[in-house]
Structure formats: C-alpha cells, structure tokens
Design a protein around this ligand. Structure first.
Ligand code: NAD
Ligand code: UD1
Length: 336
C-alpha cells in the first residue's frame, strides 16, 4: 500500500518507515521538522537502500496536504505528527491543542476529500490515567489526564471514533503505545530529544555518554517492588512492526479498532538502571529525588488483544532495548 506517514522523520515514525519498506509498502513522509531532522530519512535510505519520498509540510496546512494527496494518491495514513512533551504542554496548552487537534482535523478532512478514509493513530497509555487495574486491557476505562498532551490523545481518540461511527466507511485504528525505547540495530536511527530529556531512557543514555552528570530517580516511595515507578518499556522496532500489522485491519475493512502495544512486563526505574548497566557495562550514577507531579506508580499492558487479532507480539527484551538505545547514543553523541 501507499501510506502517508505524518511525523515520519521522528523517532517512532522513522523506525516505522523502515518496517513499511521492509514489508513492501511505499511510505510518503510529511513532517514539519519541528522536532526532527531530515537526516533521519537519509539514514533510513542507508538502512533500506530505498529513497523515501519526503515533503516538509505542516499537517495544519490544508492546501499543502491537498497538493500532496492530489499527487501521491495514498491508500491510508499512519499519523504520528504531534507535539509530545508533557511539561511543555502544561505551559503551552493552546499550542498543543492547535498542533495536535486542529492538525488532525485538517488531516482527516484532506484524507476524506481524497478518498483515503483509513487512519492509524498514535495514542498512548496515558489515556488510561491512573489505571483502574493492571495489566491494562483495552477495556480498562479511560482515566483523567494530568496534562494537555494527554488530553489531546484522549480527545483525538474520541473524535476519530465519532467520525468512524458517523461514516462506517472509515477505518480507524487507535494504537495505545506504552513506553517506547531502543533503536534500530544499525545504530543509525534512534531517539534524538531536543534539550534536557523528559523521559527515562534518553536521560540514562545521556548520562552514560557524559552529557549529564547523574540521573534523578523521581521518587522511591511508590507502592512497587522497590518503591520506584513501574512501566512497560517496548522496543521501538517492535512498535513499528505493530503498525505494519495494523494495516491488515485496514485491508479487512475492520472499522474502529483499539490495541495496546506493550510487552506486558513492568520494570521499575531501578530495574532499568540495573539492566542498562549490565547490558552496556556503563555505570549510571543516580540520586533519589522528589516524585514528578502527575506520575503514577504502575502502568503495564495486557498485550493479548494485539497478539490475538494482529498476530503481533513484542520480540525484543529489556537487554536489547538497553543495548540498542546505547548504540545509537554512542554513535551519535550530538544527535543527528
Ligand atoms: P517525535 O517528536 O520524534 O515525532 C513526531 C514528529 O511529528 C516529529 O518529527 C515532528 O517534527 C512532527 N510534527 C509535529 N507536529 C507536526 C505538524 N504540525 N506537522 C507536521 N509534522 C509535525 O515523537 P515520537 O516519539 O516519534 O512520537 C510519535 C507519535 O507517537 C506522537 O504522536 C506521540 O505523541 C505518540 N506517542 C509517543 C510516545 C513516546 O513515548 N515516544 C508514547 C505514546 C505516544
Ligand atoms: C511519559 C509521559 C506520558 C507518555 C509516556 C509514553 C510524562 C509525565 N509522561 O510517561 O504522557 O504517554 O511517557 O512514553 O512525561 N523517571 C525518572 N527520572 C527521569 C525520568 C523518568 O525517575 O529523569 C521515571 C518516571 O518517574 C517514571 C519512569 O521513569 O516512573 C518512566 O518515565 P518516562 O520515561 O518519562 O515515561 P512515563 O512517565 O511513563
């Protein structure tokens, strides 16, 4: 299939473009490069041997989208484009609602006008809030989000679901990612955050490479096995493959579908530090700090539904996640 990949120059997008090409699909990337470098797509070419069609464009620009879709005649869209920094979203709510929600509305309108009523949307485990139970199944009620970023995900799930209900010729696949880390085995593409990393693994790799002095562990008084927060970390290549398999549901005209993409295994912050040190041989100095506002104790998926319906199962374990995150950071100490 010919697939429009919004945000395809970013972390998860670039890995998905590789897997789409490996599976024989034809990706067409649009990205405004607000949080990415076009170099990631040059690296994709090194990995796959294929040129990637790329448009530098903003999903809020309806005229640009229309021109691209007139030319490219895509079958479906995998929609990664969005702002994702939780703290920044609290300080800049308008920018988050405009970029993520207005952008998606403009994109959906353009897809509809071009007869490509098929979208796979990057949602997040954040929609479960403080989950009612773990492991989290897709039936777990959505919760209250603690920040505008989370609300954009929750609201967009609702908006896309309502659009599909009103017009069942749409296929809408909502993928709820748990915590993506790792990088492509080549060490050529990976996560390249701007400024001080918000998330655990990029912070750890920056400590390992000497860019940051030490990790601050956000609280050790949670109700978990060692007091630190427990999450479901998933290798980004496994996550990318989940998108390729989700295209099957579009081919089957499945309508509205929701899947968790996680491993089903929870690791604490200190488990991650220990696994990283074992996998890489690099020591990670850390101190225990205050809890981060909005954090929860425990979040991990039940990944059964994706396995049963998509035939998808995470293949990589924590050792490879740590090794691969580190390889990208070591090879690219200053990013792309
Ligand atoms: P990323 O920032 O690396 O990728 C997002 C890409 O979208 C970037 O390349 C950015 O330049 C682009 N973009 C942003 N706004 C745009 C716009 N208006 N028009 C065109 N391009 C635009 O982030 P990622 O980690 O690859 O995340 C991809 C998607 O998955 C996002 O929607 C994110 O919210 C979601 N998600 C990410 C995580 C995570 O932990 N990484 C977890 C759950 C969900
Ligand atoms: C973050 C986002 C969430 C998003 C999710 C997906 C925040 C507040 N939440 O959640 O919206 O859906 O990523 O990837 O950013 N930690 C430290 N020290 C650090 C960084 C993190 O101890 O410097 C801890 C956190 O407290 C948490 C764990 O590491 O227990 C993972 O944190 P992080 O990588 O930020 O992910 P989430 O909090 O799960």
């Amino acid at each position: 299939m010919k697939i429009l990949v919004t945000g395809g120059a970013g972390f998860i997008g670039s890995h998905t473009v590789v897997e789409l090409i490996n599976a024989g699909h034809e990706p067409v990337v649009i990205d405004n490069l607000s949080n990415a470098s076009a170099e990631s797509l040059n690296r994709v070419k090194k990995i796959t041997g294929k040129d990637v069609t790329f448009y530098k464009a903003d999903i809020r620009d309806g005229a640009a989208l229309s021109d691209i879709l007139d030319k490219e005649k895509v079958d479906a869209c995998i929609h990664f484009a969005g702002l994702k920094a939780v703290g920044e979203s609290v300080a800049k709510p308008w920018e988050y609602y405009d970029n993520n929600i207005a952008g998606t509305l403009t994109l959906v309108d353009a897809l509809k006008k071009h007869g490509a009523k098929n979208i796979i949307f990057s949602s997040s485990a954040t929609v479960y809030g403080d989950p009612a139970f773990v492991p989290i199944t897709e039936e777990c009620p959505k919760g209250s989000c603690t920040n505008p970023y989370g609300w954009t995900k929750s609201m967009l799930e609702q908006i896309l679901s309502d659009i599909q209900k009103a017009d069942p010729s749409w296929n809408v696949i909502l993928l709820r990612y748990f915590n993506p880390i790792g990088a492509h085995k080549s060490g050529l593409i990976g996560e390249n955050p701007n400024g001080i990393p918000n998330n655990l693994m990029p912070y750890i790799t920056q400590v390992a490479v000497g860019k940051r002095e030490k990790l601050t562990v956000f609280g050790n008084d949670y109700d978990t096995h060692d007091g630190t927060g427990v999450r479901d970390y998933i290798h980004v290549v496994d996550l990318a493959k989940g998108h390729v398999l989700a295209l099957k549901k579009i081919e089957e005209n499945a309508g509205l579908k929701i899947y968790n993409l996680g491993t089903g295994v929870g690791y604490s912050v200190l488990d991650i530090v220990k696994n990283f040190e074992e996998a890489t041989g690099v020591k990670i100095p850390y101190v225990i700090g205050e809890r981060r506002p909005g954090d929860i104790a425990t979040c991990y998926a039940s990944a059964k539904k994706a396995e049963e319906e998509l035939g998808w199962k995470a293949e990589y374990g924590i050792k490879e996640m740590c090794e691969d995150s580190w390889r990208f950071q070591k090879n690219n100490p200053a990013g792309y």
